[in-house]
Design a protein around this ligand. Structure first.
Ligand code: AGP
Length: 613
């Protein structure tokens, strides 16, 4: 999941491209590179971060009005200078940057090798540069036509930008599967290209999200968008809602910490204006426009990956509880390749922060082909998942830059709560009064999270005690089983400590073998109908000398003598408790990772948006 940026216009391209790459670095940080076109084609590229690239460029002459850049998450070819983008064609005329995977690159490369092409990297992308040039020369096609003809031979996903020394006033960009946004500059002939809007918002709010199979061709200060079959497309120009301030750290040391502290607001923004608690009424277009369908759905399938899958698991409890619907929660990556049995009265809800996760997109596509109704719950306006959905709801959590998802998770759970309540109302499985009670409690959540965030200093002290642990176990029951999974994932992905989440009762069936005096066990033991059972699970852990960190409801002192540490969180109803109980687990993983010197915002081997499968 690489980040790509491109610019053509009157401004200096290099500073725009470098700044853009920094904004996109959360998408991949294995290597970085730029190409600048100013009569000649100057390429600078290196292993490592954008900062390494700036160092490499140093005081070189970077004057150019056309340029592009790439920050890489390695798929084909290890992270090194040779495999860094941009890549050149055989003659060096064409330069290309690419986000995605060309699955049939080996076959294409074989043909090119037989025709004498020489390659200098192991990447699939370099093959595309060579192929386009080969087609252009052998089929005597224009650059744009050669790009279209070449892309027709490609199997896989791509977002690409191409520059050509022999076509100095041209920029060609295309996408299929991977996201690509075009920004329309204020001056004639000024265009910005990027994987998402964050590198563009500083310069213009007018953008076009390229659709699958579209090609944008800038030539002689005009841009034309065509389909891969050469049909001119009418661009849908949108106004960005994003603002620059949202993309800054705002005084926090890391984006992740800022995003953890933004949750009172992001949860409020995720439900604001969508219901009226006193009357138990909803103002959600997806519920209104699809009321008849939603009333009669027979089954709900929640699909997602990673943290979004965990939000789906909380959703399972919500929809079964409130709407009395049979629910299945599916890993999108497995669902897409299984031959699932779907019916037209099934509702599939795809959950995604980025809106670009390839496996989730493919699972949605499969569901639509099998005639299910597909809703999307997504955080990025204009991204692919909302555009593929029949309907849905945005989470309005604002840009999430930290690779480890935090505020998007609680915003997703908030929106799933609203959808579950809304469908419960349509199906008559809850009284208006019961719905209104949950809504009133939901309106208390932002203030309760403000309170939970005040545990930060306490959790810093706790983190000091456990930062050198090699393993962690997280246990929860009911609504808080997914919270245990999410807590473990957060710790794994940013501190690199091996951590597992389990249903508390499942422990006896195996994981209890891991328990000894070295094993920290985080147990979510807030007030619920399962409380006594959770206490028994804690006693089982303590009987094996496990070190227990218990998350309990405010004022509950009953476990103080049994466990090693108690974290008291504000109380709420069980159905909404995941929104509060997640907070101390996010803070614990954050502080442990910082104390271990990990790069919290850009953990190794990860990327924010997984646009390849
Ligand atoms: C979570 O912290 C990770 N970044 C990852 O598991 C993420 O949740 C997953 O890749 C799904 O991403 P999405 O929500 O953007 O689809």
């Amino acid at each position: 999941m690489c980040g790509i940026v491109g610019y053509i216009g009157k401004r200096e391209a290099y500073p725009i491209v470098i700044k853009g790459l920094k904004r996109l670095e959360y998408r991949g940080y294995d290597s970085a590179g730029v190409a600048l076109l100013n009569g000649d084609m100057r390429i600078y590229k290196t292993k490592g971060k954008v900062a390494n690239l700036e160092e490499l460029v140093g005081k070189s002459d970077v004057s150019a009005h056309i340029g592009m850049g790439h920050t890489r998450w390695a798929t084909h070819g290890e992270p090194n200078d040779a495999n860094a983008h941009p890549h050149l064609s055989d003659s060096g005329d064409l330069s290309i940057i690419h986000n995605g995977i060309i699955e049939n690159y080996a076959t294409l490369k074989e043909g090119l090798l037989q025709r004498g092409h020489k390659f200098s990297s192991d990447t699939d992308t370099e093959v595309l540069a060579h192929l386009i040039e080969d087609v252009m020369q052998n089929a005597k096609l224009s650059l744009a036509d050669a790009v279209r003809a070449s892309l027709k031979q490609v199997v896989g996903a791509y977002a690409i930008v191409i520059l050509s020394k022999n076509h100095p006033e041209h920029v060609i960009a295309a996408r299929k599967g991977s996201p690509l946004v075009v920004g329309i500059g204020s001056d004639r002939g000024e265009y910005f290209f990027a994987s998402d809007a964050t590198p563009i918002v500083e310069y213009t709010k007018k953008v076009v999200y390229l659709k699958d199979g579209e090609i944008a061709i800038v030539e002689n200060q005009e841009m034309i968008i065509k389909s891969i079959d050469n049909v001119v497309q009418v661009p849908y120009v949108q106004e960005l809602e994003l603002n620059l301030e949202q993309l800054e750290k705002g005084g926090y040391e890391h984006f992740m910490l800022k995003e953890i502290y933004e949750q009172p607001k992001s949860i409020f923004d995720s439900y604001r204006g969508r219901f009226d608690a006193p009357t138990g009424t909803f103002h959600m277009r997806s519920l209104e426009e699809h009321a008849d369908k939603l009333k009669d759905i027979k089954r709900l399938i929640l699909i997602g990956c990673g943290t979004s899958w965990h939000a789906g698991l909380v959703g399972e409890y919500l929809f079964e509880d409130f709407a009395r619907l049979p629910v299945e929660v599916e890993y999108a990556s497995e669902f897409r390749y299984r031959n699932p049995v779907l019916y037209s009265d099934d509702l599939v809800v795809a959950i995604s922060q980025s809106g670009e996760t390839a496996d989730t997109l493919a699972a949605m596509d499969l569901s639509k082909r099998k005639s299910a109704t597909v809703f999307g719950v997504c955080n990025v306006v204009g991204s692919s998942i909302p555009r593929l959905s029949d309907a849905g709801a945005y989470t309005h959590a604002g840009p999430e830059i930290g690779v480890a998802s935090t505020k998007a998770f609680t915003a997703q759970v908030t929106v799933l709560t609203l959808l579950a309540l809304g469908i419960a109302k349509l199906r008559g499985t809850m009284s208006i009064q019961a719905i209104s009670e949950v809504m009133k409690e939901l309106e208390q959540i932002p203030a309760k999270i403000e309170k939970a965030l005040k545990l930060n200093d306490e959790i810093v002290e706790l983190s000091k005690l456990y930062k050198d642990s090699r393993n962690f176990l997280y246990l929860g029951r009911g609504y808080n089983f997914p919270v245990a999974l999410e807590g473990a994932l957060k710790l794994k992905e940013i501190s690199y400590i091996h951590a597992e989440g389990y249903p508390a009762a499942e422990m006896k069936h195996g994981p209890i073998a891991l328990i000894d005096a070295e094993m920290p066990v985080v147990v979510i033991a807030t007030n619920s109908e399962h409380y006594e059972k959770v206490v028994s699970n804690i006693q089982e852990v303590k009987a094996r000398k496990g070190r227990v960190i218990a998350v309990v409801s405010e004022g509950n002192k009953t476990l103080n003598s049994l466990v090693d540490h108690v974290i008291e969180v504000p109380e709420t109803i069980e159905a909404l408790s995941p929104l509060i109980n997640t907070i101390p687990l996010q803070l614990l993983s954050y502080h442990i990772a910082v104390m271990r010197g990990c790069n919290v915002d850009q953990p190794r081997n990860l990327a924010k948006s997984v646009t390849v499968e």
